[in-house]
Design a binder for this molecule. Structure first.
Ligand SMILES: Nc1nc2c(c(=O)[nH]1)N[C@H]1C(S)=C(S)[C@@H](COP(=O)(O)O)O[C@H]1N2
Ligand SMILES: [Mo]
Length: 425
């Protein structure tokens, strides 16, 4: 937390320190004045000493770049399923990233039986079942099809599960909410490949199956398969990482992450859902009356403040920028509000361009903290008329036993010492 700035008199727009969302834009003159005096100080520093890297030639070039060793502490949070070698998840450290794109090395991972080591020369995609012509595609065949690129997030439906516990645990933003990541994915629309095989009119469901030891399979409604479903081959410009599905995965924007089957090897069209293990014993939502709902595929409208957030420590009193991420499986984010007083008063934040469908959207607002205790919250809205629920609304509708699809509002408590902690409101 090093965002303390000295600026002109701020205009308060909601209680407990929230400032006009355009304050930083309007105050750029004041901001520059403060900044330029710092700059002059360093120029007038006459007896300048030169570090080694300015007196000796630097490192050579490389075929594939790596981040600075000074950034090695930015890591995924790993949580291995007990008794297994490759099953578990690793979460994106959302609070340490800026912008909406997740670097490939920090994309969250969720494996049910580890990462298969696939040679693309031997890998094939079979499309069969209720089609006119069953076809097998090699990777070489697939590369010849016209491709599209889209910015989409993937969110595990088990994301934010820590907040379904009865007591709030003291965790970071990434530990609670980091089973979401967002990339530019490039690949072939599934509709293009289904146009090649032809579709029998009785086909209503599409099985996607992976080539991992878990042989993960999920059934996709045919409407979604023909809508925005992608056979993805590239992730942020390069081949998909092994942990994210190399050499290809299916990608269903806005749907729960589990259905975006990695290491995709088979697609089967059917008149009924295939009722696989992963859509019957798991990934069903236990209701309060003891029954379970199946095929609850779309992810809800959601947001989270990434800074300040859990386990962070504010610095000196002054003006901070609250920043966060919002998304909706139903469409596009239209509005994100923030509260600094535990939900008593709210004000609009500034959404950072680009704001895209089923992608992450960034929001920002300045906040003046002078040591007063605060509870920071954000709530998002989408273009399909959805609003993110409060914790009590979520519990009323779904209960805490539901296990998946937790999109309740996150509350971060800031105490008078500037310590930030996960709390329930
Ligand atoms: N073949 C296969 N596909 C899979 C999984 C898996 O274990 N095997 N995990 C699923 C789950 S539960 C999620 S949330 C996403 C995670 O994608 P990622 O690891 O690229 O973040 O992949 C899905 N696809
Ligand atoms: Mo998942």
């Amino acid at each position: 937390m090093d965002k303390k700035l000295t600026l002109s008199k701020p205009e308060h727009v909601a209680s407990n320190g929230l400032l006009d969302r355009r304050y930083f834009l309007k105050s750029s003159a004041a901001y520059l004045t403060a900044g330029s005096s710092m700059l002059m100080g360093s120029i007038s520093h006459a007896q300048r000493s030169y570090p080694d890297y300015m007196t000796l030639p630097g490192a050579p070039l490389s075929g594939y770049g790596h981040r600075s060793v000074n950034e090695d502490h930015v890591q995924r949070y790993i949580s291995l399923t007990r008794g297994t070698t490759g099953a578990g998840n690793s979460r994106t450290p959302l609070e340490k990233l800026h912008g909406i794109i997740t670097p490939n090395g920090l994309h969250f991972e969720r494996h049910h039986s580890g990462i298969p080591d696939i040679n693309p020369d031997n890998h094939q995609l079979l499309i069969h079942g209720l089609v006119e012509r069953p076809l097998v595609f090699s990777m070489e065949n697939l590369m010849k099809y016209p491709m599209v690129s889209r910015f989409q997030y993937i969110e595990c439906s088990g994301n934010s599960r820590p907040n379904l516990a009865s007591e709030a645990s003291d965790l970071t933003c990434g530990e609670i909410h980091g089973m979401i990541s967002c990339c530019e994915w490039t690949g072939i629309p599934l509709s293009t490949l289904l146009a090649e095989t032809g579709i029998n009119p009785n086909a209503k469901w599409v099985l996607a199956e992976g080539a991992d030891a878990a042989e993960m399979g999920r059934s996709i409604p045919i409407e979604k398969a023909l809508d925005d479903t992608l056979i993805a081959i590239f992730q942020n410009g390069e081949a998909i990482r092994p942990e994210n599905g190399y050499p290809l995965r299916i990608l269903l924007p806005g749907y729960e992450g589990n259905i975006s089957v990695k290491w995709l090897q088979r697609i089967k069209l059917s008149d009924v859902p295939l009722m696989t293990r992963d859509e019957t014993s798991k990934y069903t939502d236990l209701q309060k009356n003891g029954t379970s709902e199946m095929f609850t595929l779309e992810m809800g409208v959601k947001s989270v403040i990434v800074s300040p957030s859990g386990k962070q420590q504010l610095g000196p009193h002054g003006i901070y920028e609250i920043r966060g991420l919002a998304w909706s499986g139903a469409g596009t984010i239209t509005r994100v509000e923030v509260s600094a007083d535990g939900g008593a008063s709210w004000t609009d934040t500034l959404l950072t361009e680009p704001v895209m469908r089923k992608s992450l959207t960034q929001f920002r607002i300045p906040w003046e903290w002078n040591g007063q205790p605060a509870i920071l919250m954000s709530r998002s809205y989408d273009d399909q008329g959805n609003r993110q629920p409060t914790r009590s609304e979520f519990i009323q509708n779904s209960g805490l036993q539901v296990n998946y699809h937790n999109n309740m509002i996150q509350s971060w408590q800031v105490n008078s010492e500037g310590q930030v902690q996960n709390v329930y409101v």
